[in-house]
Design a protein around this ligand. Structure first.
Ligand code: PLP
Length: 403
């Protein structure tokens, strides 16, 4: 077989469809978020980033940076091993305690990313609970889908956020079988939110466990940044709350929180936890500082939500269509991969604005979009510039305006 020809033909398909991914070559500048330096063929220049998942700019917060510098100087670069073999650093344990407290749970377990925490935990739970049926929301993230698939357990997909469909599926399952309902709190592409309480009610009624991915909510919602389950006083009703340290908290890493027994079980059986080198201590120290800061400060959360509101109002005033949702994610739907990429290119080239086009398979075909994430550090002038730029391009491309 001509392997190279195969790779090329697959890439040609992506180019033809307009779905070939191009990464912007950026250099983040500590202290300047959301401004970053773009390295391009024509040289370097500053651009304003409007699509970062460092939602609160905590990746450059002085408290986080100084904690990381201190831990780097104290402990060195790497963890030195897997958690089991010499890699457990005191910072990991402090961070796990902090995370358990954040979600009002007895215990927490760290992973190297949110992807790994979903993959390893769902896979292990569903594989080890004999006869388990997983009920998975149709909008769930790839990391959850892959973990469930790898478990080889039966999986039933319920319609997105559809309580009636979930109930119908639960009713049809043998009551004696273990059941696990897997869902997210904030869905990252449409920015819509789950009916957490109603799902927990159903779980209680049918004796199911619940697994809630709060990746796009931790740090951003709740009086202490514990996510939507924290905001709505529901943490105690969810069996497993999963999160990331890479978005609202601005660093890297993932985690689960739950009962002592459950976390110990995953710690002891999940290959994605056991067989990989632990996070560097400085990363754990940075995440710890970020969580502690956001537990007591609501300044960042409040300002972010205020800027989201201002952006939505400005888009409305300029008749640039965007999806209505109750979260901080502002999707501007384009509906075509080539136009989506072209708008993104123009924003960058002409206006110094970076918003990555989101195309298939991240979103369904025909719903290609610009996914805009305002942070507390975007100014009112940044918002005005973005909306002017979008409005200009929309007008030029004669894209249908909102009614
Ligand atoms: N869960 C959801 C819903 C996500 O959107 C993502 C990543 O974007 C992840 C999990 C993975 O988290 P991480 O980026 O920490 O690997």
């Amino acid at each position: 077989m001509n392997y190279e020809a195969f790779f090329r033909s697959q890439l040609d398909t992506l180019h033809r469809e307009g779905n070939y991914r191009v990464f912007a070559d950026l250099e983040r500048v500590a202290g300047s978020f959301p401004v970053a330096t773009q390295h391009a063929a024509r040289g370097k220049r500053d651009v304003t980033v409007w699509c970062s998942n460092d939602y609160l700019g905590m990746g450059q917060h002085p408290a986080v940076l100084s904690a990381m510098h201190e831990a780097l100087d104290r402990c060195g670069a790497g963890a030195g091993g897997t958690r089991n073999i010499a890699g457990t650093n005191h910072y990991h344990l402090l961070l796990e305690r902090e995370l358990a407290d954040l979600h009002n749970k007895d215990a927490a377990l760290l992973f190297n990313s949110g992807y790994m925490s979903n993959w390893a935990t769902l896979c292990t739970l569903a594989a080890k609970l004999k006869g388990c049926v997983v009920l998975s929301d149709a909008g769930n993230h790839a990391s959850m889908i892959e973990g469930i698939r790898h478990s080889r357990a039966e999986c039933q997909i319920f319609a997105h956020n559809d309580i009636d469909d979930l109930r119908a599926k639960l009713q049809a399952i043998d009551p004696a079988r273990p059941k696990l309902i897997a869902f997210e709190s904030v869905y990252s592409m449409d920015g819509d939110v789950a009916p957490i309480e109603a799902i927990c009610d159903l779980a209680d009624e049918f004796g199911a466990m619940t697994y809630l991915d709060e990746v796009h909510a931790v740090g951003l919602y709740g009086p202490r940044g514990g996510g939507l389950s924290d905001r709505d006083g529901l943490s105690h009703r969810v069996t497993v709350i999963e999160g990331t340290l890479a978005k609202g908290f601005g660093v890297i890493g993932g985690y689960i929180t739950g009962s002592t027994g459950l976390c110990d079980f995953i710690r002891s059986y999940a290959s994605g936890f056991i067989f990989t080198t632990a996070l560097p201590p400085m990363v754990a120290a940075g995440a710890l500082a970020s969580i502690r800061h956001l537990k007591s400060s609501r300044v960042e959360r409040d300002r972010m939500h205020a800027q989201v509101k201002k952006l939505r109002a400005a888009l409305d005033a300029a008749a640039v269509p965007h999806l209505a949702n109750p979260s901080h994610i502002v999707p501007v739907i384009v509906g075509d991969p080539v136009s989506c990429k072209s708008i993104s290119d123009q924003l960058l080239d002409r206006f110094g604005i970076y918003v990555q086009p989101i195309n298939y398979p991240t979103v369904p075909r025909g719903t290609e979009r610009l996914r805009i994430t305002p942070s507390p550090l975007h100014t009112d002038a940044d918002i005005a510039h973005l909306v002017d730029a979008l409005s200009t391009i929309w007008h030029e491309l004669s894209i249908r305006r909102a009614a």
